[in-house]
Design a binder for this molecule. Structure first.
Ligand code: DAH
Length: 355
């Protein structure tokens, strides 16, 4: 390059480019190489020149253009590099920061007891069943051999729903026993089920709630005896309270749907509330051999099949196991209470280390 004007333009341009920030760099590029840029105009002016002169001048202008292009690209590379390292700096993740606590909720003690009961009985070969909260009079009472005069059928004890005039007024089930009937009607024996679920009665005080939970159990087969009932319930109670020596007593009682019927008691100390110690007995659940009328009501021949059933109050055994004095707290959703009495969702109930 010999033309002093071009040399001047080149050195001015290179100097400006070398100092430019991204926005200035772009306007420099447009000012030099854009449609109306200085170098573009120089190239355009070649068109009107004599061929000899154009050749010499063209080489000079093109050399200028090449030099400016190289300078622009070099500056752009430097600016891009700087922008990238700024971004990397800003977006850096601090891997040493403590993790956010993930588990904030707890498993409600009622759900925990249902999980524990499920773990114990499924290990004994039972399966889990459920049934509707809204039953009708036949499933809840009649089919279970509960006579018309039984107090459980009284209006003041049971939540009857608006009847549609049919033979079977709808009721909120007062126990989980109607699922015995549903299962016997659905499945041929042998049957081995438990039924955890909600139940409803017109009761309300420190140990009774209008809505509470029970677990029903039902075993039907050809050779099922009272010995099976006792073995099964003793094993269940000892596993649930985690006491291999827990004293268990069977006491004759009466339920319309079993014959014979037995109340099951566990040993405890009435004064201290300690379970498994002392010489007092505490009633814990109802049980018995399924009444022949119940089987017959479901089309099963009681001379061919027999079995046992039981019903456990879930709140009751949960209160005993964890020393909870007032049942109403189960339903108040007080987060402080739930944190104290709730269970970790990451430690499910299993039999491996004891329930
Ligand atoms: N259904 C009874 C109740 O709610 C409990 C019960 C007792 C269930 C004896 C049974 C049983 O299956 O055999 O009080």
């Amino acid at each position: 390059m010999t033309d002093p004007d071009l040399l001047q333009l080149r050195s001015d341009s290179e100097a400006a480019i070398g100092r430019a920030d991204p926005a200035t760099l772009e306007s420099l590029r447009i000012g030099l190489l854009g449609k109306a840029g200085q170098i573009t105009s120089l190239l355009k002016s070649l068109g009107g020149m004599e061929p000899e002169a154009r050749k010499a001048r063209g080489a000079e202008v093109n050399e200028l253009k090449a030099a400016v292009t190289v300078a622009l690209e070099a500056r752009k590379a430097i600016l891009d590099e700087a922008a990238l390292s700024l971004r990397l700096q800003a977006e850096k993740i601090d891997i040493s920061a403590p993790a956010r606590p993930e588990v904030t909720g707890t498993i409600h003690p009622i759900s925990r007891t249902i999980e524990e009961i499920t773990a114990i009985f499924t290990a004994m070969g039972f399966s889990i069943k459920d049934g509707p909260d809204i039953e009708d009079d036949w499933y809840n009472f009649s089919a279970l051999n509960i006579p018309a005069h039984h107090p459980a059928r009284a209006m003041m004890d049971t939540f009857y729903l608006q009847a549609d005039g049919g033979e079977r007024p709808p009721v909120l089930r007062t126990h989980t026993s109607p699922v015995q009937i549903r299962t016997l009607l659905q499945e041929p024996p042998p049957i081995r089920i438990i039924v955890p679920g909600r139940t409803f009665r017109a009761d309300h005080d420190a140990t009774h709630s209008p809505m509470f939970h029970q677990t029903e159990g039902l075993v039907i087969g050809k050779d099922i005896s009272l010995g099976h009932l006792k073995g099964c319930l003793i094993d269940f109670l000892r596993a649930f309270f985690d006491m291999p020596q827990l004293p268990v007593r069977f006491r004759a009682s009466y339920f319309p749907f079993t014959e014979p019927s037995m109340e099951v008691d566990i040993g405890w100390n009435r004064k201290t509330g300690e379970i498994g110690k002392g010489s007092d007995w505490l009633e814990i659940l109802g049980s018995g051999m399924v009444h022949p009328n119940v089987l017959a009501n479901c089309g099963i021949d009681p001379r061919e099949y027999q079995g046992f059933a039981f019903g456990v109050g879930i709140e009751r055994i949960t209160m005993l196991k964890h020393g909870i004095a007032d049942l109403r707290l189960f339903y108040e959703s007080d987060v402080r209470w739930l944190r104290h009495y709730g269970f970790s969702p990451l430690a499910p109930a299993t039999l491996h280390e004891g329930i």
